[in-house]
Design a protein. Sequence first.
Length: 445
Amino acid sequence: MGMKVLVIGSGAREHAIAATLLKGASVDEVTVAPGNPGMELDGIRTTHIDPSNHAALIEFMQSSGYDWALVGPEVPLMHGIVDDFREVGLKAFGPTRAAAQVEGSKDFAKQLMARHAIPTAAYRTFTDYDAAAAYVAEHGAPIVIKADGLAAGKGVTVALDTQTALGALEDIFVERRFGNDDLKVVIEDFLEGQEFSLMSFVNGTEFWPMPISQDHKRAYDGDKGPNTGGMGAYSPVPQVSDDTVEQAINTIIRPTVEALAEEGTPFTGILYAGLIATDDGPKVIEFNARFGDPETEAVLPLLTSDLDEGINAILNDEQPTFTWRTNATALGVVLAAKGYPGKPKKGTLVPAIPTDSDSHIYYAGVKKPKHPENQDPADLISSTGLVSSSGRVLVYETVAPTLQAAQSKIYDTLDTLNTTGFFYRHDIGAKALEAIVPNNPNHIE
Ligand code: AMP
Ligand code: GLY
Protein backbone atom coordinates (compact mmCIF):
# COMPACT_ATOMS: atom_id res chain seq x y z
CA MET A 1 0.00 0.00 0.00
CA GLY A 2 1.32 3.39 -1.00
CA MET A 3 1.01 6.59 0.95
CA LYS A 4 -1.90 8.97 1.09
CA VAL A 5 -0.98 12.65 1.14
CA LEU A 6 -3.10 15.70 1.88
CA VAL A 7 -2.12 19.01 0.25
CA ILE A 8 -3.61 22.17 1.75
CA GLY A 9 -4.43 25.07 -0.57
CA SER A 10 -6.31 25.68 -3.81
CA GLY A 11 -4.09 27.32 -6.40
CA ALA A 12 -1.89 26.41 -9.36
CA ARG A 13 1.00 25.93 -6.92
CA GLU A 14 -0.95 23.25 -5.04
CA HIS A 15 -1.99 21.69 -8.37
CA ALA A 16 1.68 21.41 -9.39
CA ILE A 17 2.65 20.01 -5.97
CA ALA A 18 -0.20 17.48 -5.97
CA ALA A 19 0.48 16.38 -9.58
CA THR A 20 4.19 15.92 -8.79
CA LEU A 21 3.42 13.94 -5.62
CA LEU A 22 0.99 11.74 -7.50
CA LYS A 23 3.72 10.79 -10.01
CA GLY A 24 5.81 9.36 -7.15
CA ALA A 25 6.20 5.63 -6.81
CA SER A 26 5.25 5.58 -3.14
CA VAL A 27 2.03 7.61 -3.38
CA ASP A 28 -1.41 6.14 -4.08
CA GLU A 29 -3.66 9.03 -3.33
CA VAL A 30 -3.41 12.79 -3.16
CA THR A 31 -6.24 14.94 -1.87
CA VAL A 32 -6.19 18.73 -1.92
CA ALA A 33 -8.22 20.75 0.59
CA PRO A 34 -10.08 22.62 -0.73
CA GLY A 35 -8.41 22.33 -4.15
CA ASN A 36 -10.26 23.25 -7.34
CA PRO A 37 -12.14 21.25 -9.99
CA GLY A 38 -9.30 21.73 -12.51
CA MET A 39 -7.11 19.45 -10.40
CA GLU A 40 -9.63 16.64 -10.70
CA LEU A 41 -8.87 16.48 -14.44
CA ASP A 42 -5.46 15.08 -13.36
CA GLY A 43 -6.82 12.42 -11.04
CA ILE A 44 -6.21 14.51 -7.94
CA ARG A 45 -8.96 14.32 -5.32
CA THR A 46 -10.38 17.38 -3.62
CA THR A 47 -12.30 17.82 -0.38
CA HIS A 48 -14.33 20.85 0.64
CA ILE A 49 -12.56 21.56 3.91
CA ASP A 50 -11.52 25.11 4.65
CA PRO A 51 -7.77 25.37 5.40
CA SER A 52 -8.62 27.47 8.48
CA ASN A 53 -10.56 24.57 10.00
CA HIS A 54 -7.63 22.65 11.47
CA ALA A 55 -9.89 20.32 13.48
CA ALA A 56 -11.79 19.24 10.34
CA LEU A 57 -8.52 18.64 8.46
CA ILE A 58 -7.17 16.54 11.35
CA GLU A 59 -10.41 14.55 11.48
CA PHE A 60 -10.22 13.97 7.71
CA MET A 61 -6.62 12.73 7.87
CA GLN A 62 -7.24 10.45 10.82
CA SER A 63 -10.47 8.93 9.55
CA SER A 64 -9.20 8.43 5.98
CA GLY A 65 -5.76 7.10 6.96
CA TYR A 66 -3.63 9.90 5.51
CA ASP A 67 0.13 9.63 6.13
CA TRP A 68 1.13 13.29 6.05
CA ALA A 69 0.11 16.74 4.88
CA LEU A 70 1.89 19.46 2.93
CA VAL A 71 0.83 23.05 3.57
CA GLY A 72 0.84 25.28 0.46
CA PRO A 73 -0.21 28.80 1.49
CA GLU A 74 1.18 31.03 4.25
CA VAL A 75 -2.00 31.82 6.15
CA PRO A 76 -2.56 28.36 7.72
CA LEU A 77 1.17 28.23 8.60
CA MET A 78 0.91 31.51 10.43
CA HIS A 79 -2.17 30.22 12.21
CA GLY A 80 -0.14 27.32 13.54
CA ILE A 81 -1.51 24.47 11.44
CA VAL A 82 1.75 22.51 11.73
CA ASP A 83 1.77 22.95 15.52
CA ASP A 84 -1.87 21.77 15.72
CA PHE A 85 -1.16 18.69 13.56
CA ARG A 86 1.94 17.79 15.57
CA GLU A 87 0.01 18.06 18.81
CA VAL A 88 -2.19 15.14 17.74
CA GLY A 89 0.74 13.17 16.30
CA LEU A 90 0.14 13.97 12.61
CA LYS A 91 3.00 14.86 10.27
CA ALA A 92 2.77 18.09 8.31
CA PHE A 93 5.48 19.46 6.01
CA GLY A 94 5.86 23.15 6.77
CA PRO A 95 7.25 25.38 9.52
CA THR A 96 5.70 25.94 12.95
CA ARG A 97 3.92 29.19 13.66
CA ALA A 98 7.07 30.52 15.34
CA ALA A 99 9.36 29.69 12.40
CA ALA A 100 6.81 30.94 9.83
CA GLN A 101 7.31 34.44 11.23
CA VAL A 102 10.25 34.66 8.84
CA GLU A 103 7.49 35.37 6.29
CA GLY A 104 4.67 36.64 8.53
CA SER A 105 6.61 39.49 10.09
CA LYS A 106 9.00 41.59 8.03
CA ASP A 107 10.29 42.99 11.31
CA PHE A 108 11.08 39.51 12.68
CA ALA A 109 12.92 38.64 9.44
CA LYS A 110 14.83 41.93 9.36
CA GLN A 111 15.95 41.64 12.99
CA LEU A 112 17.07 38.06 12.47
CA MET A 113 19.12 39.14 9.43
CA ALA A 114 20.61 42.08 11.33
CA ARG A 115 21.69 39.88 14.26
CA HIS A 116 23.39 37.42 11.90
CA ALA A 117 24.84 39.83 9.33
CA ILE A 118 22.75 38.34 6.51
CA PRO A 119 22.86 40.73 3.52
CA THR A 120 19.61 42.59 2.99
CA ALA A 121 18.56 46.16 2.25
CA ALA A 122 19.27 48.58 5.11
CA TYR A 123 16.01 49.32 6.89
CA ARG A 124 14.25 51.17 9.69
CA THR A 125 11.00 50.31 11.44
CA PHE A 126 8.37 52.93 12.28
CA THR A 127 5.09 52.89 14.17
CA ASP A 128 3.84 56.40 13.40
CA TYR A 129 3.40 58.55 10.34
CA ASP A 130 5.40 61.61 11.43
CA ALA A 131 8.62 59.76 12.20
CA ALA A 132 8.31 57.65 9.02
CA ALA A 133 7.64 60.72 6.85
CA ALA A 134 10.60 62.55 8.38
CA TYR A 135 12.83 59.58 7.56
CA VAL A 136 11.58 59.50 3.94
CA ALA A 137 12.23 63.24 3.61
CA GLU A 138 15.76 62.84 4.96
CA HIS A 139 16.60 59.66 2.99
CA GLY A 140 15.06 60.59 -0.36
CA ALA A 141 13.99 58.24 -3.19
CA PRO A 142 14.11 55.58 -4.52
CA ILE A 143 12.94 53.91 -1.32
CA VAL A 144 10.74 50.91 -0.46
CA ILE A 145 7.80 51.02 1.98
CA LYS A 146 6.52 47.71 3.41
CA ALA A 147 3.52 47.27 5.69
CA ASP A 148 4.42 44.72 8.36
CA GLY A 149 2.24 41.62 8.49
CA LEU A 150 0.27 39.78 5.87
CA ALA A 151 -0.76 41.86 2.91
CA ALA A 152 0.00 39.30 0.16
CA GLY A 153 2.44 41.55 -1.70
CA LYS A 154 -0.03 44.42 -1.63
CA GLY A 155 1.75 45.94 1.34
CA VAL A 156 4.87 46.82 -0.67
CA THR A 157 5.47 50.11 -2.50
CA VAL A 158 8.63 50.61 -4.49
CA ALA A 159 8.65 54.42 -4.54
CA LEU A 160 10.75 56.09 -7.20
CA ASP A 161 9.96 59.55 -5.77
CA THR A 162 9.26 60.83 -2.24
CA GLN A 163 5.69 61.81 -3.16
CA THR A 164 4.84 58.15 -3.81
CA ALA A 165 6.59 57.11 -0.60
CA LEU A 166 4.60 59.59 1.47
CA GLY A 167 1.39 58.43 -0.25
CA ALA A 168 2.15 54.85 0.77
CA LEU A 169 2.71 55.95 4.38
CA GLU A 170 -0.61 57.81 4.34
CA ASP A 171 -2.37 54.68 3.04
CA ILE A 172 -1.01 52.73 5.97
CA PHE A 173 -1.16 55.20 8.88
CA VAL A 174 -3.98 57.57 7.86
CA GLU A 175 -6.29 55.58 5.55
CA ARG A 176 -5.58 52.39 7.53
CA ARG A 177 -5.69 50.35 4.33
CA PHE A 178 -4.11 47.33 6.01
CA GLY A 179 -6.09 47.54 9.26
CA ASN A 180 -5.72 49.22 12.61
CA ASP A 181 -3.78 46.81 14.76
CA ASP A 182 -0.14 47.24 15.66
CA LEU A 183 0.62 49.51 12.71
CA LYS A 184 4.23 49.02 11.80
CA VAL A 185 6.16 49.91 8.67
CA VAL A 186 9.51 48.74 7.40
CA ILE A 187 11.23 51.32 5.19
CA GLU A 188 14.16 49.93 3.27
CA ASP A 189 16.76 50.95 0.72
CA PHE A 190 16.00 50.23 -2.91
CA LEU A 191 18.10 47.36 -4.30
CA GLU A 192 19.10 47.30 -7.95
CA GLY A 193 19.79 44.14 -9.96
CA GLN A 194 18.22 40.94 -11.30
CA GLU A 195 15.55 39.53 -9.01
CA PHE A 196 15.53 35.77 -8.44
CA SER A 197 13.90 33.22 -6.17
CA LEU A 198 15.88 30.53 -4.37
CA MET A 199 13.76 27.90 -2.65
CA SER A 200 15.18 25.14 -0.44
CA PHE A 201 13.83 22.06 1.29
CA VAL A 202 14.81 22.54 4.92
CA ASN A 203 15.03 20.27 7.95
CA GLY A 204 16.45 22.05 10.98
CA THR A 205 20.04 22.95 10.14
CA GLU A 206 20.14 20.99 6.88
CA PHE A 207 18.82 22.20 3.54
CA TRP A 208 18.64 21.16 -0.11
CA PRO A 209 18.37 24.07 -2.62
CA MET A 210 16.22 23.89 -5.74
CA PRO A 211 17.15 25.43 -9.11
CA ILE A 212 16.59 29.21 -9.07
CA SER A 213 13.62 30.84 -10.78
CA GLN A 214 12.32 34.29 -11.65
CA ASP A 215 8.81 35.60 -11.07
CA HIS A 216 7.11 38.44 -12.98
CA LYS A 217 5.17 40.45 -10.40
CA ARG A 218 3.73 43.29 -12.49
CA ALA A 219 0.49 42.75 -14.37
CA TYR A 220 1.56 43.83 -17.87
CA ASP A 221 4.39 43.40 -20.38
CA GLY A 222 7.63 45.24 -19.70
CA ASP A 223 7.03 45.17 -15.92
CA LYS A 224 4.26 47.77 -16.25
CA GLY A 225 1.05 48.01 -14.23
CA PRO A 226 0.14 47.03 -10.69
CA ASN A 227 1.83 44.35 -8.56
CA THR A 228 0.13 40.96 -8.70
CA GLY A 229 0.61 37.58 -7.07
CA GLY A 230 2.86 36.76 -10.08
CA MET A 231 2.14 36.51 -13.81
CA GLY A 232 4.64 33.83 -14.83
CA ALA A 233 8.01 32.30 -14.01
CA TYR A 234 10.87 30.31 -15.48
CA SER A 235 13.74 28.21 -14.23
CA PRO A 236 16.72 28.23 -14.29
CA VAL A 237 17.70 31.92 -14.59
CA PRO A 238 20.79 32.00 -16.85
CA GLN A 239 21.64 35.66 -16.27
CA VAL A 240 22.23 34.93 -12.57
CA SER A 241 25.55 33.09 -12.39
CA ASP A 242 26.28 29.87 -10.51
CA ASP A 243 28.74 31.89 -8.42
CA THR A 244 25.98 34.24 -7.33
CA VAL A 245 23.78 31.29 -6.38
CA GLU A 246 26.67 29.72 -4.46
CA GLN A 247 27.22 33.03 -2.69
CA ALA A 248 23.50 33.25 -1.86
CA ILE A 249 23.60 29.77 -0.35
CA ASN A 250 26.67 30.56 1.75
CA THR A 251 25.85 34.10 2.86
CA ILE A 252 22.03 33.88 3.07
CA ILE A 253 20.43 30.43 3.11
CA ARG A 254 22.84 28.58 5.41
CA PRO A 255 23.16 31.38 8.00
CA THR A 256 19.38 31.94 8.01
CA VAL A 257 18.58 28.27 8.52
CA GLU A 258 21.23 28.04 11.26
CA ALA A 259 20.04 31.25 12.91
CA LEU A 260 16.44 30.02 13.05
CA ALA A 261 17.57 26.75 14.65
CA GLU A 262 19.96 28.45 17.06
CA GLU A 263 17.34 30.94 18.24
CA GLY A 264 14.84 28.25 19.14
CA THR A 265 12.61 28.44 16.05
CA PRO A 266 14.02 25.63 13.87
CA PHE A 267 12.52 25.61 10.38
CA THR A 268 11.18 22.56 8.57
CA GLY A 269 9.51 22.96 5.19
CA ILE A 270 10.28 25.17 2.23
CA LEU A 271 12.30 28.32 2.81
CA TYR A 272 11.82 30.73 -0.09
CA ALA A 273 14.32 33.56 -0.47
CA GLY A 274 13.39 36.44 -2.76
CA LEU A 275 16.78 37.88 -3.71
CA ILE A 276 18.31 40.65 -5.77
CA ALA A 277 21.72 40.11 -7.37
CA THR A 278 23.25 43.53 -6.64
CA ASP A 279 26.75 44.68 -7.63
CA ASP A 280 27.53 44.03 -3.99
CA GLY A 281 26.39 40.38 -4.09
CA PRO A 282 22.95 38.81 -3.54
CA LYS A 283 20.69 40.46 -0.94
CA VAL A 284 17.37 39.44 0.58
CA ILE A 285 14.17 41.28 -0.26
CA GLU A 286 11.90 38.79 1.45
CA PHE A 287 11.62 35.33 2.91
CA ASN A 288 8.56 33.14 2.48
CA ALA A 289 7.87 30.08 4.59
CA ARG A 290 6.45 28.00 1.70
CA PHE A 291 6.70 27.19 -1.98
CA GLY A 292 6.51 30.30 -4.20
CA ASP A 293 3.67 30.84 -6.63
CA PRO A 294 4.11 30.81 -9.66
CA GLU A 295 7.79 29.74 -9.22
CA THR A 296 6.83 26.25 -8.06
CA GLU A 297 4.96 25.61 -11.32
CA ALA A 298 8.25 26.27 -13.18
CA VAL A 299 10.62 24.49 -10.77
CA LEU A 300 8.94 21.19 -9.86
CA PRO A 301 8.74 20.10 -13.54
CA LEU A 302 12.57 19.96 -13.47
CA LEU A 303 12.64 17.52 -10.53
CA THR A 304 13.83 14.07 -11.61
CA SER A 305 13.66 12.38 -8.19
CA ASP A 306 10.42 11.56 -6.35
CA LEU A 307 9.03 14.55 -4.42
CA ASP A 308 7.04 12.27 -2.12
CA GLU A 309 10.08 10.25 -1.14
CA GLY A 310 12.18 13.36 -0.52
CA ILE A 311 9.59 14.98 1.73
CA ASN A 312 8.78 11.71 3.46
CA ALA A 313 12.48 11.29 4.28
CA ILE A 314 12.62 14.79 5.79
CA LEU A 315 9.49 14.12 7.86
CA ASN A 316 11.21 10.98 9.21
CA ASP A 317 14.45 12.87 9.88
CA GLU A 318 16.27 10.88 7.23
CA GLN A 319 18.50 12.11 4.37
CA PRO A 320 16.35 12.99 1.33
CA THR A 321 17.48 12.89 -2.30
CA PHE A 322 16.49 15.64 -4.72
CA THR A 323 17.84 15.63 -8.29
CA TRP A 324 17.05 18.08 -11.07
CA ARG A 325 17.28 18.38 -14.83
CA THR A 326 20.08 20.77 -15.69
CA ASN A 327 19.76 20.68 -19.48
CA ALA A 328 16.28 22.15 -19.80
CA THR A 329 14.15 25.20 -19.01
CA ALA A 330 10.67 25.19 -17.52
CA LEU A 331 8.51 28.21 -18.21
CA GLY A 332 4.97 28.95 -17.06
CA VAL A 333 2.62 31.74 -18.06
CA VAL A 334 -0.39 32.78 -15.98
CA LEU A 335 -3.73 33.21 -17.72
CA ALA A 336 -5.58 35.80 -15.64
CA ALA A 337 -9.16 37.04 -15.71
CA LYS A 338 -9.58 40.54 -17.19
CA GLY A 339 -9.61 43.10 -14.39
CA TYR A 340 -7.07 41.27 -12.21
CA PRO A 341 -5.55 42.33 -9.79
CA GLY A 342 -8.43 44.77 -9.19
CA LYS A 343 -11.85 43.26 -9.87
CA PRO A 344 -11.37 40.11 -11.98
CA LYS A 345 -14.16 39.14 -14.37
CA LYS A 346 -15.69 35.90 -13.10
CA GLY A 347 -17.82 33.29 -14.82
CA THR A 348 -15.99 33.23 -18.19
CA LEU A 349 -15.58 29.80 -19.79
CA VAL A 350 -11.97 28.73 -19.48
CA PRO A 351 -10.41 27.70 -22.82
CA ALA A 352 -9.02 24.18 -23.20
CA ILE A 353 -5.27 24.41 -23.83
CA PRO A 354 -3.72 21.45 -25.64
CA THR A 355 -0.89 19.73 -23.75
CA ASP A 356 1.63 16.93 -24.37
CA SER A 357 4.04 14.98 -22.19
CA ASP A 358 6.25 18.10 -21.74
CA SER A 359 3.51 20.60 -20.95
CA HIS A 360 0.90 20.99 -18.22
CA ILE A 361 -2.00 23.12 -17.15
CA TYR A 362 -2.06 23.94 -13.46
CA TYR A 363 -5.46 25.34 -12.51
CA ALA A 364 -6.11 28.05 -9.92
CA GLY A 365 -9.23 30.27 -10.04
CA VAL A 366 -11.68 27.91 -11.73
CA LYS A 367 -15.01 26.45 -10.68
CA LYS A 368 -17.85 24.40 -12.12
CA PRO A 369 -20.56 26.66 -13.54
CA LYS A 370 -23.75 26.96 -11.46
CA HIS A 371 -25.97 26.42 -14.48
CA PRO A 372 -24.06 24.28 -16.98
CA GLU A 373 -27.28 23.73 -18.92
CA ASN A 374 -27.19 27.41 -19.93
CA GLN A 375 -23.87 27.09 -21.71
CA ASP A 376 -23.84 27.18 -25.48
CA PRO A 377 -22.64 23.74 -26.71
CA ALA A 378 -20.68 25.51 -29.46
CA ASP A 379 -18.67 27.39 -26.82
CA LEU A 380 -18.07 24.22 -24.85
CA ILE A 381 -16.19 22.49 -27.66
CA SER A 382 -13.05 24.55 -27.15
CA SER A 383 -13.37 24.98 -23.39
CA THR A 384 -12.77 23.03 -20.21
CA GLY A 385 -16.41 23.47 -19.15
CA LEU A 386 -15.03 25.30 -16.11
CA VAL A 387 -15.46 29.03 -15.52
CA SER A 388 -13.17 31.65 -14.01
CA SER A 389 -13.70 32.24 -10.28
CA SER A 390 -10.85 34.58 -9.34
CA GLY A 391 -7.92 36.56 -10.75
CA ARG A 392 -5.29 34.00 -11.64
CA VAL A 393 -7.08 31.26 -13.55
CA LEU A 394 -4.34 28.85 -14.59
CA VAL A 395 -0.65 28.44 -15.36
CA TYR A 396 0.32 26.97 -18.72
CA GLU A 397 3.79 25.45 -18.33
CA THR A 398 6.23 23.58 -20.51
CA VAL A 399 9.72 22.08 -20.27
CA ALA A 400 11.95 22.47 -23.35
CA PRO A 401 15.66 22.13 -24.16
CA THR A 402 16.12 25.92 -24.26
CA LEU A 403 14.39 29.00 -22.90
CA GLN A 404 13.64 30.15 -26.46
CA ALA A 405 12.00 26.82 -27.28
CA ALA A 406 9.91 26.89 -24.09
CA GLN A 407 8.79 30.44 -24.80
CA SER A 408 7.87 29.72 -28.44
CA LYS A 409 5.92 26.64 -27.51
CA ILE A 410 3.84 28.44 -24.86
CA TYR A 411 3.17 31.58 -26.92
CA ASP A 412 2.58 29.79 -30.23
CA THR A 413 -0.26 27.98 -28.48
CA LEU A 414 -1.63 30.81 -26.32
CA ASP A 415 -1.60 33.35 -29.16
CA THR A 416 -3.85 31.20 -31.35
CA LEU A 417 -6.42 30.47 -28.64
CA ASN A 418 -9.56 32.47 -28.04
CA THR A 419 -8.69 34.13 -24.74
CA THR A 420 -11.44 36.76 -24.71
CA GLY A 421 -12.16 37.71 -21.10
CA PHE A 422 -8.59 36.83 -20.07
CA PHE A 423 -5.12 38.30 -20.41
CA TYR A 424 -1.52 37.16 -20.04
CA ARG A 425 1.97 38.62 -20.27
CA HIS A 426 3.75 38.07 -23.58
CA ASP A 427 7.27 38.49 -22.21
CA ILE A 428 7.81 35.81 -19.57
CA GLY A 429 11.52 34.96 -19.80
CA ALA A 430 12.39 38.09 -21.79
CA LYS A 431 14.91 39.32 -19.21
CA ALA A 432 16.93 36.14 -19.67
CA LEU A 433 16.85 36.41 -23.44
CA GLU A 434 17.99 40.05 -23.33
CA ALA A 435 20.95 38.87 -21.29
CA ILE A 436 21.87 35.68 -23.16
CA VAL A 437 21.16 36.48 -26.80
CA PRO A 438 24.48 37.44 -28.48
CA ASN A 439 24.83 40.90 -30.10
CA ASN A 440 22.62 42.32 -27.42
CA PRO A 441 24.26 45.26 -25.58
CA ASN A 442 23.32 43.57 -22.29
CA HIS A 443 24.80 40.26 -23.32
CA ILE A 444 26.34 38.26 -20.49
CA GLU A 445 28.97 35.64 -21.24
P1 AMP B 1 7.59 41.67 -1.84
O1 AMP B 1 6.11 41.61 -1.62
O2 AMP B 1 8.39 41.95 -0.59
O3 AMP B 1 8.06 40.49 -2.62
O4 AMP B 1 7.87 42.90 -2.77
C1 AMP B 1 7.21 43.02 -4.01
C2 AMP B 1 8.22 43.42 -5.04
O5 AMP B 1 8.75 44.70 -4.73
C3 AMP B 1 9.42 42.51 -5.11
O6 AMP B 1 9.19 41.40 -5.89
C4 AMP B 1 10.45 43.43 -5.72
O7 AMP B 1 10.30 43.49 -7.13
C5 AMP B 1 10.12 44.75 -5.14
N1 AMP B 1 10.96 45.04 -3.98
C6 AMP B 1 10.73 44.73 -2.69
N2 AMP B 1 11.72 45.19 -1.89
C7 AMP B 1 12.60 45.80 -2.70
C8 AMP B 1 13.85 46.49 -2.49
N3 AMP B 1 14.37 46.67 -1.26
N4 AMP B 1 14.48 47.00 -3.56
C9 AMP B 1 13.96 46.87 -4.79
N5 AMP B 1 12.80 46.25 -5.07
C10 AMP B 1 12.12 45.72 -4.04
N1 GLY C 1 6.10 34.51 -6.13
C1 GLY C 1 6.15 35.15 -4.88
C2 GLY C 1 5.48 34.45 -3.79
O1 GLY C 1 5.15 33.28 -3.87
O2 GLY C 1 5.23 35.07 -2.77
